[in-house]
Design a protein around this ligand. Structure first.
Ligand SMILES: *[C@@H]1O[C@H](CO)[C@@H](O)[C@H](O)[C@H]1NC(C)=O
Ligand SMILES: *[C@@H]1O[C@H](CO)[C@@H](O)[C@H](O)[C@H]1NC(C)=O
Ligand SMILES: *[C@@H]1O[C@H](CO)[C@@H](O)[C@H](O)[C@H]1NC(C)=O
Ligand SMILES: *[C@@H]1O[C@H](CO)[C@@H](O)[C@H](O)[C@H]1NC(C)=O
Ligand SMILES: *[C@@H]1O[C@H](CO)[C@@H](O)[C@H](O)[C@H]1NC(C)=O
Ligand SMILES: *[C@@H]1O[C@H](CO)[C@@H](O)[C@H](O)[C@H]1NC(C)=O
Ligand SMILES: *[C@@H]1O[C@H](CO)[C@@H](O)[C@H](O)[C@H]1NC(C)=O
Length: 653
């Protein structure tokens, strides 16, 4: 789902950017260098460089027309944008230019002439009047720094004596390479059309209407004289004698160098790479936003929202402010899963369970806990109010239990001193707690849609609400802060808490209905005796446990001696004996001999007598003997895992 959407998004972004890149590339490719002035207007000044030149009467006066004293003047008019004349890879560009010149002598003889120039420099050289045609001056003539190639149109002027009429010439950096006489008089004041063609090797100049044979033709390698990018335009000069030097129209077209195609391919590749990168970054951002900001992967959210009774989703901000940014002052408990904080949400107290790791395992625990709990509704279970998954935080919100957990009350005489509790539970309350836990467990085993195994029944997981009603929780809300307490959380294979684990747990390596019943039995013994279950971490030393101790007293017919001394003898002896025998039955080493929670409830309600148990604690034998007779509890004597397919069974923590 996420994958497809992000992929789609990603590819559309890439496509879009590629399109943009191609369009840009295409526009650049189509942009061959050309322009066409049929005449010149004031507006055209914006794309021309005019040095001592003016636009007058629809023409460029390359040397200024100031009264009739156009003497000792030079000027330049260039197209503003340079064009790429040559490239390293593809050599010379070719170009065509057609223009109409109009030169008219205002003296006899006239001025010096004009030139069509390609130049690396836009500046008009100083003192470039007279014979220098605005191209060079005396100091720079024939210098490579000039970077100017000119097609000259000489009209005599100062050099009239040396000239025979009008001439067309080729001038390289001020050096006159070639000159050809013309039959037309250039300075007659008539329009003269000139075509200049360069095919990459040969420069040809056609003057007048004759386009069959060029007036001047010469092979020319511009690369010797010119930089890669050149300006094109005109220059002109007058000396002692004067004339008007006008350009009346001008068209220019240069084929783009093939060279341009190369960079365009590079551009496209670069654009594509950028597009890919942006697309990738975008998809990453999108994913990040979805995963982290919005709270978990969508599968996560869908999984939770797919629940019949989906718990509320909380914003992290809200929970942060509720717990004062997970202030350690609000710490309620800590375990292998993480920490539990007290929080206040709009005057309602809540317990916020914060998962410490956001590993895959942590997430699975999280989902398992939500899916398990949100389907459970029983007054003896702690209620899940909501959840939150944002910025790597996994949080569950539970109702707050003001009286914390059962262990705080029943072990108060053996407490580590820090949290001695003044209230001791009296017999009625203890009995009610046992009954409440039994109801909760019966609901988990037999009452809800899918059987749920708690797997971690113990005093610290039994919460007490404001009226001391037992509420079975599956989180260490009030678990004492004790690092050694965390160990069982890391062992997935055998989950549970030492002391509460049935001896067969170590052999079958998984929880069953009977292992829950066993843990319940241990819990009952604890509540009645006010004693911790003792160490029973392996099957070999389970004999040191509270079960063993109580059974010893049962054998010695002094079972009531085990009842918590803190009760000061104020308890129903009948009830106590009944409950103790029931608890021992729950802790029978043979899982088949343990009663079901249904039976336990009936015994506690006084409907039936407790199961008969042997005087001596039976030895633990594996595999266990099958029950002697089929009775109403048979369905619960069989291992739930064998009877139900594993998928129909939820494992709670
Ligand atoms: C330049 O403009 C003139 C007049 O508008 C036109 O006759 C001529 O064909 C144009 N040249 C080009 C190359 O478009
Ligand atoms: C010169 O200016 C005129 C408007 O005054 C405009 O129509 C024409 O396109 C311009 N020529 C060039 C080559 O820019
Ligand atoms: C220049 O003109 C010639 C002849 O009309 C043509 O073959 C050539 O393609 C033109 N070159 C450019 C760059 O326009
Ligand atoms: C321009 O030159 C011609 C000769 O080529 C001459 O007859 C004419 O008088 C000159 N014009 C002026 C204004 O001097
Ligand atoms: C100028 O041209 C004419 C005719 O073409 C020729 O007779 C004369 O000698 C030439 N003068 C010079 C200086 O070249
Ligand atoms: C230009 O005219 C001046 C006198 O006005 C003269 O001294 C000078 O030699 C002339 N120059 C040329 C190149 O004819
Ligand atoms: C033009 O310049 C030259 C040398 O720079 C000078 O001799 C001559 O008198 C000038 N002519 C005019 C008309 O100013």
């Amino acid at each position: 789902m996420l994958h497809n959407r992000s992929l789609l998004c990603f590819s559309s972004v890439v496509n879009f950017l590629l399109l943009v890149a191609l369009l840009v590339g295409g526009v650049a490719q189509a942009g061959c260098f050309s322009f066409n002035y049929s005449s010149f207007t004031e507006e055209n000044k914006t794309n021309l460089i005019l040095k001592n030149s003016y636009i007058v009467f629809g023409a460029i006066q390359v040397t200024p027309d100031v009264a009739d004293l156009i003497r000792n003047q030079s000027g330049r008019a260039l197209y503003k944008r340079p064009f790429r004349l040559r490239s390293k890879s593809k050599g010379m560009a070719s170009f065509n230019s057609t223009f109409v010149l109009n030169m008219m002598n205002t003296t006899n003889p006239g001025g010096d002439g004009m030139a069509f120039i390609l130049t690396g420099h836009t500046d008009l050289p100083s003192n470039s009047q007279g014979q220098w045609l605005g191209i060079v001056n005396e100091a720079t003539v024939s210098s490579a720094k000039i970077e100017t190639v000119a097609v000259t149109f000489l009209t005599g002027g100062s050099n009239t004596a040396n000239l025979n009429g009008s001439q067309v010439g080729l001038n390289l950096n001020g050096y006159s390479k070639k000159q050809e006489s013309l039959y037309v008089d250039l300075s007659s004041g008539n329009d003269v059309k000139v075509r200049v063609r360069y095919d990459g090797e040969v420069l040809s100049v056609f003057v007048g209407e004759d386009t069959s044979s060029p007036a001047l033709s010469d092979s020319l390698d511009f690369s010797i004289y010119l930089p890669h990018k050149v300006y094109v335009g005109f220059s002109a000069s007058t000396g002692n004698y004067s004339q008007l030097n006008c350009v009346k129209s001008w068209e220019f077209s240069a084929l783009d160098l093939d060279d341009h195609q190369m960079p365009q391919w590079i551009w496209i590749i670069v654009a594509a790479v950028i597009a890919l990168f942006i697309g990738f970054a975008f998809s990453l951002y999108w994913k990040w936003k979805y995963y982290v900001r919005k709270g978990g992967d969508p599968g996560f959210e869908l999984q939770i929202q797919g629940l019949s009774t989906a718990p509320r989703k909380f914003r992290l901000k809200k929970l942060e402010s509720a717990t004062e940014n997970f202030n350690s002052d609000n710490l309620l408990g800590r375990g292998g899963f993480g920490t539990v904080y007290k929080g206040v949400l709009v005057n309602r107290e809540v317990a916020v369970k914060r998962f410490s790791r956001n590993s895959h395992e942590g997430k699975q625990d999280f989902i398992a806990e939500i899916t398990t709990i949100s389907n459970l509704h029983h007054r003896n279970l702690v209620k899940l109010l909501g959840w939150c998954h944002e910025r790597e935080e996994l949080l569950l919100v539970y109702e707050f239990m003001p009286n914390k957990s059962l262990d705080k009350f029943i072990f108060c005489n053996q407490n580590h001193g820090a949290e001695t509790n003044p209230v001791t539970l009296n017999w009625e309350r203890r009995y009610a707690v046992i009954y409440g836990v039994a109801q909760a467990l019966d609901y988990l085993h037999n009452g809800c849609e899918k059987r749920v195994l708690h797997r971690d029944i113990k005093a610290s997981n039994v919460m007490l609400d404001s009226e001391f009603n037992a509420r079975l929780g599956d989180f260490g809300l009030a678990r004492t802060i004790n690092p050694s307490d965390q160990t069982h959380h890391s062992t997935k294979a055998i989950a549970g808490t030492p002391g509460y684990m049935a001896p067969e747990s170590f052999l079958i390596g998984r929880a069953t209905v009977q292992t829950d019943v066993y843990a319940f039995g241990v819990l009952v013994l604890e509540v009645v005796c006010g004693r911790k279950p003792g160490r029973q971490s392996t099957q070999n030393n389970y004999n040191n446990s509270i079960v063993d101790w109580v059974w010893e007293n049962y054998r010695g017919e002094s079972i009531l001696d085990v009842v918590d001394l803190q009760l000061n003898g104020i308890f129903s002896k009948e009830q106590a004996e009944c409950v103790l025998v029931l608890a021992l039955a729950c802790c029978h080493p043979n899982p088949y001999q343990r009663p079901s929670m249904r039976t336990v409830l009936r015994v506690l309600a006084g409907e039936v007598a407790p199961p008969v148990i042997p005087i001596d604690r039976p030895a633990f034998v594996w595999p266990p003997a099958m029950p002697p007779s089929l009775n109403e509890d048979l369905q619960d004597y069989t291992f739930s895992g064998d009877r139900n397919t594993p998928s129909s069974e939820l494992i709670g923590r």
